[in-house]
Design a protein around this ligand. Structure first.
Ligand SMILES: *[C@@H]1O[C@H](CO)[C@@H](O)[C@H](O)[C@H]1NC(C)=O
Ligand SMILES: *[C@@H]1O[C@H](CO)[C@@H](O)[C@H](O)[C@H]1NC(C)=O
Ligand SMILES: *[C@@H]1O[C@H](CO)[C@@H](O)[C@H](O)[C@H]1NC(C)=O
Ligand SMILES: *[C@@H]1O[C@H](CO)[C@@H](O)[C@H](O)[C@H]1NC(C)=O
Ligand SMILES: *[C@@H]1O[C@H](CO)[C@@H](O)[C@H](O)[C@H]1NC(C)=O
Ligand SMILES: *[C@@H]1O[C@H](CO)[C@@H](O)[C@H](O)[C@H]1NC(C)=O
Length: 308
């Protein structure tokens, strides 16, 4: 009797162990095995791959039927729609010569195929640290209305930022950091940022090194973004800042470093009590720091150094 019971218990345990292993296998070992890739989206990804230059074969797994298992592609695990294509160059441009060469070799380039528009549920597109060789940012990216995250920083794009990006009303993060070309000119520029107010969900904006020298309205325009918490405008060739304005959002991070304002520090900066990090180094501000600093109780990082 006792023996029988223990036998049953043992086989139950075996059974549970078996189920656990099976479940483990399904959910973890082969995470997306039961997500079915949608044919239109698979075709779209193949078209995108076809037009990209890929010297290091980063996209070699982009073949066959199961597009949700291709390198970098992330699908929704219930609907199978492609949600993310993080195609950032995984290597950094620092360190030894060998590491630098690896970084260069892993840059994607070529053309961005408009078939991207067939990915109707794409939320996350990261093409940063690649080299599109001075191409303009394609206007059609502004029509991928499902995007939440768009990172085109340090990707070799040049010219005026297409105003169509202002259609991306779900966007929470926009990264468009530029680099200098061989003549020391900034690659990306924008003369008025008129499109920016369309980004009503934007929380983080990182457009450092975009030439905004003509966008004297930058502060008014950015002030219309209701959800903004992080703003990076370092080295944007800014030369004008409104001395007084009612800032009506709660920024945590404000980086205005390396611009040439040649004016007293505007008072509104020190009325932003939500700031955690404030960088106004190398801004060519003069005069004394306005009262209000002692009220900024969240502030952890503050840089107002003069860069010579
Ligand atoms: C499916 O996705 C949801 C949301 O992304 C996640 O919370 C859940 O754990 C995923 N399920 C599996 C089995 O991976
Ligand atoms: C955007 O891309 C740049 C370059 O790869 C990276 O440094 C940055 O962290 C990215 N931004 C976010 C929020 O992921
Ligand atoms: C996208 O933006 C452009 C230019 O700002 C505008 O003309 C066009 O109507 C917009 N398209 C949609 C679908 O909102
Ligand atoms: C920025 O743009 C202005 C006006 O278009 C131009 O004169 C200036 O040289 C540019 N600066 C850089 C660093 O590219
Ligand atoms: C912030 O204030 C400006 C005027 O100072 C206004 O145009 C803008 O709509 C306001 N934004 C929000 C989110 O209230
Ligand atoms: C700092 O806070 C005190 C108390 O709330 C207030 O009276 C004062 O006006 C504030 N100073 C500035 C410059 O905002």
């Amino acid at each position: 009797m006792i023996m029988g019971l223990s036998m049953t218990t043992t086989s139950t345990l075996f059974y549970i162990a078996f189920l656990t292993i099976a479940a483990f296998h399904n959910c973890f070992c082969d995470g997306s095995s039961n997500i079915v890739c949608l044919e239109t989206e698979r075709q779209a990804l193949l078209n995108v791959k076809h037009d990209l230059k890929d010297l290091s074969n980063r996209l070699s797994s982009w073949a066959g039927q199961e597009c949700c298992q291709w390198a970098g592609v992330v699908c929704d695990n219930s609907t199978g729609h492609v949600h993310e294509i993080p195609l950032r160059n995984p290597y950094g441009n620092y360190g030894t010569r060998g590491e630098y060469e690896t970084y260069l070799r892993n840059m994607l380039g070529g053309k961005i195929n408009p078939s991207l528009l067939d990915l109707k549920h794409l939320r996350h597109l990261d093409l940063s640290k690649n080299d599109f060789e001075g191409a303009h940012i394609p206007n059609f990216i502004g029509s991928i209305g499902s995007l939440r995250y768009l990172n085109l920083s340090y990707a070799g794009f040049s010219g005026i930022i297409p105003h169509q990006l202002g259609n991306l009303s779900m966007l929470r993060y926009l990264g468009l950091c530029s680099v200098f070309d061989v003549y020391g000119e900034l690659e990306l520029r924008d003369d008025n940022l008129q499109w920016l107010p369309g980004l009503i969900s934007l929380q983080q904006l990182d457009i450092r090194q975009v030439n905004l020298s003509r966008a004297s309205n930058w502060l008014q325009v950015i002030n219309t973004l209701p959800s903004l918490v992080e703003l990076h405008l370092s080295s944007c060739e800014l030369n004008y800042v409104s001395p007084s304005i009612n800032i009506n959002y709660t920024l945590s991070i404000l980086d205005l470093s390396n611009n040439n304002f040649e004016s007293p520090i505007p008072r509104w900066i020190f009325s932003m009590s939500s700031l955690v990090s404030l960088d106004i180094s190398g801004c060519n501000f003069y005069g004394s720091i306005p009262s209000g600093l002692q009220n900024m109780t969240s502030l952890r990082v503050f840089d107002a150094s003069i860069i010579i």
